[in-house]
Write a protein that binds this ligand. Sequence first.
Ligand SMILES: Cc1ncc(COP(=O)(O)O)c(C=O)c1O
Length: 396
Amino acid sequence: MGDLNDGLRTPGALMLGGGNPAAIPEMLDYFSETTRKMLSSGELVAAMANYDGPQGKDTFVKGLAALLKETYGWDISEKNISLTNGSQSAFFYLFNLLAGKQPDGSHKKILLPLAPEYIGYCDSGIQDDIFVSYKPEIELLDNQQFKYHVDFSQIEIDDSVAAICASRPTNPTGNLLTDEEVYKLDKLAKKHNIPLILDNAYGTPFPNIVFEHATPFWNDNTILCMSLSKLGLPGVRCGIVIANEEITQALTNINGIIGLAPGSIGPTIAQHMIESNDLLRLSDDVIKPFYQQKSAQAISLLQSAIPDPRFRIHKPEGAIFLWLWFDELPITTMELYQRLKARGVLIVPGEYFFFGQQEKEWQHSKQCLRMNYVQNDEDMQNGIKIIAEEVIKAYS
Ligand SMILES: Cc1ncc(COP(=O)(O)O)c(C=O)c1O
């Protein structure tokens, strides 16, 4: 996080580390035009001049419930949706609501079935040690790619597990849990009477940064967390939690206690987008193809710059990152990160994404790194050139 701040202040830094969405020209034009209209209609000022209720803007909550019901046939209403100031705070609320020290003195954890997993969960426990995570199975694919799968044979659930949680598509890897994996996790969660939290920050139906088919999933034992951020609106800080009524009520109460009410501007813009049928249209026709093309371009640059057969890329199935694996790399990616930082390129070393592991040492976790591919073409080319030079130097 320090690098994100420092990098922003360092002119010329190539920021391939952070999770800011791309500045997609069509989306920026759309937001300018939409907010201009909303300003002249008075909607925007009304959003700024009033508190919403603690559950979040009710017109948006109702509009979204109707949209999801219509699109997917889910049995939901406005009683199943609450808003937060960014989905990051939703995870903080949920993890601390469900895990950590319990009234009976026991300590519960969130089970992450597939590490590497989103770094933003790592420090979100009020108490320490609230995660248990499992190493994946690695499938080697053609074209120097690979894919992680949940290793169900390892997963153990007892009374100490409060919930199962996974991001789909996954930050950092771009992995998309298969439908079969999600059904199995759902079954496991129900069997043990615990919720399944699915982090849909990049998923369908919006922002829909998903490049493979995956059936959208929700039932009343699922807590589906969404966000307006990767639609291109991280600054409005709007997270969306779709859950059963009990969880929705609990989150509403937490919102009231912590912040009175979630912010109103994001939901007002999003409601406008639902009413004008732009939310799903732009996700499908602008956002998804933009990222898919950027991802393919970055892969092609990387593969021609680093022809070494020990270098593989996780199959890009969604999200805004590429996960690079340098097998047998003689240095850790933490060291590689330092060398790249000295040359003005910021990436995130893989080690950080393996929190909650019981076995401490897994060489693979020190051989991977996350880079985003959202920067402009020139920065991507320059950043990849420097990464390639440092990797080739390290191998030799
Ligand atoms: C997987 C995942 N979940 C949640 C978040 C939190 O996003 P926000 O708080 O902007 O909604 C992010 C942000 O990058 C993310 O990558």
